[in-house]
Design a protein around this ligand. Sequence first.
Ligand SMILES: *[C@@H]1O[C@H](CO)[C@@H](O)[C@H](O)[C@H]1NC(C)=O
Ligand SMILES: *[C@@H]1O[C@H](CO)[C@@H](O)[C@H](O)[C@H]1NC(C)=O
Ligand SMILES: *[C@@H]1O[C@H](CO)[C@@H](O)[C@H](O)[C@H]1NC(C)=O
Length: 431
Amino acid sequence: MGPLAVTRLLVLVSLTVALDNGLLRTPPMGWMAWERFRCDVDCKDDPENCISEGLFRDMADRLAEDGWKELGYDYVIIDDCWMSRLRDKVGRLQPEPSRFPGGIAKLARYVHDRGLKLGIYADMGYLTCMGFPGTTLDKIEIDAQTFASWGVDYLKFDGCNSNPVEQMLGYPLMSKALNATGRPMVYSCSWPVYMGGLPPSVNYSLLGEICHLWRNYDDIQDSWDSVQGIINWFSNNQDDLQPAAGPGRWNDPDMLIIGNFGLSVDQARSQMALWAIMAAPLIMSNDLRNLDNSARAILQNKVAIAINQDPLGIQGRRLLQEKSRVQVYWRPLSHSASSLVFLSLRTDMPFLYHCSLDKLNYEAGNYEAYDVFTDSTVTGLNVTTEFTVSINPSGVVMWYVYPRSSQADTVHRRVSESRVHPAGPDHRSVL
Ligand SMILES: *[C@@H]1O[C@H](CO)[C@@H](O)[C@H](O)[C@H]1NC(C)=O
Ligand SMILES: *[C@@H]1O[C@H](CO)[C@@H](O)[C@H](O)[C@H]1NC(C)=O
Ligand SMILES: *[C@@H]1O[C@H](CO)[C@@H](O)[C@H](O)[C@H]1NC(C)=O
């Protein structure tokens, strides 16, 4: 590309307006293929699990029929390896016909008929990460148009096989191109991953203007090591990352792997709790056709989901890192509520952790806490009350904390409401 072309693109980019189309006021929820199904294109020997229209129809059926959609899990997202190796005669991307014989538009209709939305994958570069056709700068407009014409609702735009200059031009251009289609689409940008994830290389104000969410860090793998590494990186860099998030603009620590092979029940709760605290997308990558009851219960935990989806959209923070290898996380929520997560990185036995709300910067007052994973309530907390939580190794205790007016304590307790619905209409809607 000559200098004149670059200048022209830069002018276009500088004219880019925010992709502010009202989508994702809360983090997206749904299902995505990559972590569990990768680039399995072997439909001959592995027909149930290969990247094909059947896999996405199966997952749409499960989301629609097994109670996921009602909880907010409504995106079905295709990742890499859906494409044919060749663009069509007029230069459009096309699905691999042997694996997507009905085409993407038909799959989108299938997904929409079930009250769900369809996401797709493309790559800012000359090839996708797995070597399928990429979206070079000259292809951005046609690819955005193609996705819109198919009825796609969400684009994950990866960044393999491009350089920083192309990315600086391409990510804003795609935002503009998606907007220009007239079809409201979610735009997920992998750009920061390729720039090291942190300022000054990454401009989070700009990302917030052009993307709805962005991958900041490495791909998740099916292990506690991977989950723990992600939690550490996000927490160690929270001063840069936390302010970037808000309604319509989210950090993305990657998919939920709950229900796969790598996490114990406690570790699965830890991932759910931390993703809720971090206002992270709740996008599962598991096999919804074969999910055990404990994974299902964790992923369908209504209070954990309500914390994640809180309308204020403030990302939480790590408050404390104790020598005991207990960490405390906090997220402010609407209606003067908040969530606390006590995470143990110990490897010995359940640990008794002693604390009080004033050590966690709470204001004077009376509080109660709903224990999210044990469905019990901790009553009679004021800021100086010493409390003790028992945290399993690599596990969490997660609280939904809400103020309790002292007046309410002096009037007759409504016994029928005192355990699960303790705090008046606002908190009742969450619990
Ligand atoms: C395009 O951008 C404008 C300005 O931010 C916004 O009002 C509109 O909703 C967007 N449309 C789509 C389809 O994204
Ligand atoms: C980051 O992007 C914002 C919004 O586009 C812009 O105003 C600001 O100048 C950029 N910051 C840097 C350091 O480039
Ligand atoms: C806080 O609660 C403790 C008991 O947990 C009690 O001893 C103390 O007086 C209370 N303080 C205030 C200010 O209410």
